[in-house]
Design a binder for this molecule. Structure first.
Ligand code: PBG
Length: 327
């Protein structure tokens, strides 16, 4: 007969108390960030069919959602605007009275002491072609990197003036962190922080987000967002953002890029966040709605996995609900 095992890892799994004490990773509401959408020109919040539980807010309903998130102990909110009018240069993005900037002022007033108010700094919600930058003048549909940086500088000033504490740079233009840092510092906004969407992949998992912002996108974003095949490139993008002055690095999406997240977390001297994007949430919702998985367990496990891989904080559409469970 075989000798019975001497080393028995199951000893620490025996009771709930042992498992709780032995847990290496823990979830806390303060490290969750709620992404939220605000739409111009509507009187009632509108549901987003591919994102159950998430809506396009009015400014008033957004205020209430921010207050609710603060109440739940959530650490921050990331705001996205859906304007009524779009044009080629995304003029509503840097208009002080543009929907995102108005909403930012409102949320800062409502909950700015309890919640870190952050804004998406990208043109795609504001352009009629749906790209994250302005198009090349030659008409070939390419994106003009450096002309886009000029637009980002202007958005930067509008968002900082509106009171955003953290600018989320999701456009994936080269040099965007340096350009935004310079614009902030020149205008006296030394205290406004930059979240670099450092490793942002051209992902199918942004699908429901397109509905959430009524995206007009023609074509795809593969000439500026990263190729899902590349891991080293994600680390390089993170190093560049750090060198350009990013205060926080981010990896996005989260669940299909945990290797990149772990790599970035291993070297980063600044916080590393990850974004559980719309399609990741949609997969959980759809499977749960079919009775194929346990919704609550799947949400907890997915966010725990993102943390375990190295995220210091997680953007998640489940932030408020999850905060309620883990409190
Ligand atoms: C760009 C942006 C996108 C998301 C966040 N910022 C869309 C894109 O890059 O195509 C997607 C987030 C999600 O899917 O939840 N402004």
């Amino acid at each position: 007969m075989n000798r019975p095992p001497v080393i028995r890892p199951r000893r620490l799994r025996r009771t709930p108390a042992l498992r709780r004490l032995a847990a290496e990773t823990r979830l806390h509401p303060a490290e969750l960030i709620l992404p939220a959408f605000v739409r111009e020109g509507i009187d009632e919040p509108r549901p987003i069919s591919s994102m159950p539980g998430t809506v396009q807010h009015t400014i008033d309903s957004l205020r209430r959602a921010a207050a609710e998130a603060a109440e739940a102990g959530v650490g921050g909110i990331m705001l996205f605007g859906v304007p009524e009018q779009r044009d080629a240069r995304g003029s509503a993005a840097d208009d002080p009275d543009g929907i995102l900037n108005l909403a930012t002022r409102a949320v800062v007033e409502e909950a700015g002491d309890a919640l870190v108010v952050q804004t998406d700094l990208c043109l795609d919600e504001f352009t009629d072609h749906g790209h994250c930058g302005v198009l090349d003048p030659d008409g070939d549909g390419g994106i003009d990197n450096d002309a886009s940086l000029e637009r980002y500088r202007s958005m930067t000033l509008a968002q900082a003036a509106a009171g955003s504490a953290v600018l989320g740079l999701s456009g994936m233009m080269d040099g965007q962190v340096a350009a935004v840092r310079e614009a902030l510092d020149e205008a006296g906004y030394e205290e406004t922080a930059i979240l670099g969407y450092s490793a942002k992949y051209a992902s199918a998992f942004y699908g429901p987000f397109r509905e959430a912002v009524d995206s007009q996108l023609q074509g795809d974003r593969r000439s500026y967002q990263q190729d899902p095949a590349n891991r080293r490139e994600g680390v390089r993008e993170a190093e560049l953002d750090l060198a350009e002055g990013a205060d926080v690095l981010m990896v996005k999406p989260a669940m299909s890029y945990l290797d990149v997240l772990a790599d970035v977390a291993a070297f980063s001297p600044v916080p590393v966040w990850a974004y559980q994007v719309s399609g990741e949430a949609a997969m959980i919702e759809a499977a749960a709605a079919n009775g194929w998985i346990d919704r609550r367990r799947a949400i907890e496990e997915s966010v725990l996995g993102i943390k375990r891989a190295g995220a210091d904080a997680v953007l998640s559409y489940f932030a408020v609900e999850l905060a309620g469970w883990i409190r």
